[in-house]
Write a protein of this length. Structure first.
Length: 464
């Protein structure tokens, strides 16, 4: 029995479709097989030996698998992580040829173009990166956001808005998209919409300062001079904003061999509260150059914040041994010993606590002998003196710390705490200032709010 005509037609159409797909697949395969694969670039003359070795390892992987997007991409990231942009862009182009679905390769190429000041040239790369990331979702919206920011800078407002709205739809809490939407509204002259967007950016470590600067300008145009002045004053007190989080950059910064880029990676990780990872990022530096005091110091700071007490103390003592003239080495070791003294006191180990506090005070005084206006050393000295029973001297040191380093929220908090303990009327003002300057996740912010609430309930004190 023969198949009915309708079913026979379906089988014919299906066979033709399969044949077409097979032809396309074969054609693509033959093209890739026939197309010449370039030789991978080598590290240029004059680079650090560690960079040259890292490039050699990644280059050998390309030589073993010359048509591997992963191998070419790893070589691209190795170059870019060590500030070799030309070679990195070349390898990223080859990686994209073998895997156009990965947003990293066009994103990196766009970044290199922007570093050269070529915004128009970056657009095509960033457009492909944004489209690929919309499917892959591995870039956290970074390709679309950078694409939108370049479009915004070139006056392509409608296209920029399309990208920003897409990111906001996928990531409603994305503060970078919100801030960029504020800039877009301001460029269009819609200052009320811009103000609403910027107000949602005030608490983020990535936008606290720039949002206030933008709000000052917007409020001035809206004839709200009081708000403009307030935002301008607050911006003046705040430290620089943290750099945007970017998972695509973190993917390759770990391949950095150059010291400066390793420190940059550690700083980025610290800004995100990833302290143990920051310490590990510095381990290659202490291994390759054990006489580098800065590497030991930076690693010790990160270990202390990660709660690795013994390892932190060992690193900080090594830094002080290598650089006894550095105030930072004295200060951070002293601050760490103060924290250990507080832990010992909480356990009832009075003698151990006092020994830690005394050494902490000695180190702080040593730092101040080298740099008398070093605010954070006054801070540590003030804390230790009060712990040792010298309340008035400790309060004076904390006041000096605020005068020397008014940008640090914790210094304001500790001064406010001491003032409240002594029943003095400035406590509320100091605590309010501390909370304004508090970085997200500050361990002391909750205690500052609780103390401020207790003072507001009837305890003594209004700021003069």
């Amino acid at each position: 029995m023969t198949a009915p005509p309708l079913k026979r037609s379906r089988w014919i159409l299906l066979a033709l479709a399969l044949a077409g797909l097979l032809a396309v697949a074969c054609g693509s395969y033959l093209y890739l097989r026939a197309a010449a694969v370039p030789d991978p670039p080598d590290a240029p003359e004059g680079v650090e030996p560690g960079v040259r070795e890292a490039v050699r390892v990644a280059r050998d992987a390309v030589s073993r698998s010359p048509r591997s997007a992963k191998a070419w991409g790893n070589l691209a990231e190795t170059f870019l992580a060590n500030e070799l942009d030309d070679e990195g862009a070349f390898c990223a182009a080859v990686a994209e040829r073998f895997d156009p679905r990965d947003p990293r390769w066009p994103y990196f190429r766009g970044g290199v173009s922007l570093n050269r000041g070529d915004r128009e040239g970056a657009l095509a790369h960033l457009r492909r990166a944004a489209e690929a990331d919309e499917v892959a979702g591995q870039g956290g919206g970074a390709p679309a956001l950078l694409f939108a920011e370049v479009l915004l800078g070139l006056g392509e407002l409608d296209q920029a808005e399309t990208q920003l709205r897409r990111v906001r739809d996928d990531r409603p809490d994305d503060v970078r998209a919100r801030y960029d939407l504020g800039l877009l509204a301001a460029v269009r002259g819609d200052d009320r919409a811009a103000r609403d967007q910027f107000l949602g950016c005030l608490d983020s470590p990535f936008t606290r300062r720039k949002a206030r600067i933008s709000l000052a300008a917007v409020c001035q145009r809206l004839d709200d001079g009081a708000a403009a002045g307030r935002f301008r004053a607050e911006a003046h007190l705040l430290p620089p904003d943290a750099e945007w989080q970017n998972p695509l950059l973190f993917a390759y910064l770990g391949l950095s061999v150059k010291k400066r880029r390793r420190y940059e990676l550690a700083e980025r990780l610290e800004a995100q509260g990833r302290f143990l990872e920051a310490a590990r990022a510095l381990e290659p530096l202490t291994a390759s150059d054990p006489q580098d005091a800065l590497a030991w110091l930076t690693m010790g700071k990160a270990l202390a914040q990660a709660g690795q007490g013994q390892a932190a103390e060992a690193s900080l003592r090594r830094a002080l041994e290598l650089a006894p003239h550095k105030v930072q080495a004295r200060h951070y070791l002293g601050l760490h010993l103060f924290a250990q003294g507080e832990d010992a006191a909480a356990r009832g180990e009075t003698a151990i606590a006092r020994k830690r506090f005394e050494e902490s005070a000695e180190l702080a005084r040593g730092a101040l002998a080298i740099k008398p206006d070093y605010g954070v050393a006054h801070f540590t000295l003030g804390l230790t003196l009060r712990r040792l029973g010298h309340r008035a001297e400790g309060l004076a040191a904390l006041r000096m710390a605020v005068r020397c380093s008014p940008e640090h929220g914790e210094i304001h908090y500790r001064l406010g705490e001491a003032l409240a303990d002594d029943g003095l009327p400035e406590a509320r003002e100091r605590l309010e200032r501390a909370l304004l300057l508090a970085p997200p996740g500050a361990h002391w912010a909750r205690r500052a709010k609780e103390l401020l609430a207790r003072l507001a309930k009837g305890s003594p004190t209004e700021a003069p």
